[in-house]
Design a protein around this ligand. Structure first.
Ligand code: ADP
Ligand code: X2W
Length: 269
């Protein structure tokens, strides 16, 4: 069976505002012979639960410091409630989905990123066999970004980073990063404009100049990872708008400014 993988990452920032048509559109892509895998975040909800439990939510460069208690919260919230509620919304929209995490099928192999961060994993390999099995049987995998090491320890993985690594391994047709903004903003005098396309070099310059900050930094870094193999480039788009998977709205990250994108036809009409 020939596979046409499409990697979609849903940010925690947009989970509550995801347009209802999103789920149906994913199902339609599957019917068109495209194979979506959905990686989701959930940072804001993890922080809310940590606070409710009297635990602090602390970050270094956008990565959550994850001690033993923190990992329990991450697993319960990310792989539990968020993963199950998202999977339920797919199924209720007649899009056949299965909720898993990066631990299942050994999908995300990681090593500890930095002892100072605790149970935070850096992806060292992606083993996609389970994804192919699910696609073959008609299921859309919905993945919580946890990983495991060679000793069976489980880790918290940034969801953008996980999506970028999966997209690179699958040589996905496209990586779509669904978030709460319509794309990458660039300052222009006193106002700002939305970039319709941007190259890796421009992205690196914008991080240097402080125009790309906060949660957009791991996102564009993941975009650069995915771009290494994704023929159709990477799209950053707003999930609260209908048709966000169609490819016309948002910022495209492309290898070269002059090359036309090879955008797969993703009709969600
Ligand atoms: N240049 C930029 N253009 C657009 N958004 C930016 C930029 N720099 C930083 N951001 C911020 O990045 C946020 C998206 O990242 P994040 O909150 O981590 O989302 P998600 O949960 O979807 O991963 C936006 O809401 C915005 O505040
Ligand atoms: C290591 C690390 O920081 N992991 C993230 C995983 C969730 C995530 O990435 O969620 P968003 O997509 O909403 O940011 C966290 O604990 O917040």
């Amino acid at each position: 069976m020939g596979f046409r993988p499409l990697v979609i990452k849903i940010g925690g920032s947009v989970l509550e505002n995801l347009h209802p048509s999103f789920f149906r559109e994913c199902g339609q892509l599957m019917e068109q012979g495209i194979h979506p895998v959905v990686i989701h975040g959930g940072g804001p909800e993890i922080s809310r639960v940590q606070k409710r439990w009297g635990l602090s939510a602390r970050f270094v460069d956008g990565l959550r410091i994850t001690d033993d208690e923190g990992l329990k919260v991450v697993e319960m919230v990310l792989a539990g409630r968020i993963n199950k509620s998202l999977t339920a919304r797919f199924c209720a929209s007649q899009a056949s989905a299965v909720g898993i995490s990066g631990v299942d099928g050994g999908l995300l192999e990681v090593e500890q990123k930095d002892p100072a961060l605790g149970w935070v994993g850096e992806v060292t390999a992606v083993h996609p066999r389970l994804l192919y099995s699910l696609w073959e049987s008609g299921w859309i995998p919905v993945v919580a970004s946890l990983g495991l090491d060679g000793s069976g320890n489980r880790y918290n993985v940034n969801a953008d980073t996980a999506a970028g690594a999966i997209a690179r391994e699958l040589a996905a047709e496209r990586l779509i990063l669904v978030t709460d903004v319509p794309g990458i903003w660039k300052r222009e005098g006193n106002s700002r404009k939305l970039l319709s396309r941007v190259t890796p070099e421009e992205v690196r310059e914008m991080i240097q100049s402080g125009e790309i900050v906060g949660g957009m930094i791991p996102k564009v870094r993941a975009a650069l990872t995915g771009l290494e193999t994704a023929a159709g480039g990477v799209l950053i788009t707003d999930g609260s708008i209908p048709g966000c998977l169609g490819g016309e709205m948002g910022t495209r990250i492309v290898k070269e400014a002059t090359t036309d994108d090879v955008v797969p036809h993703l009709s969600t009409k």
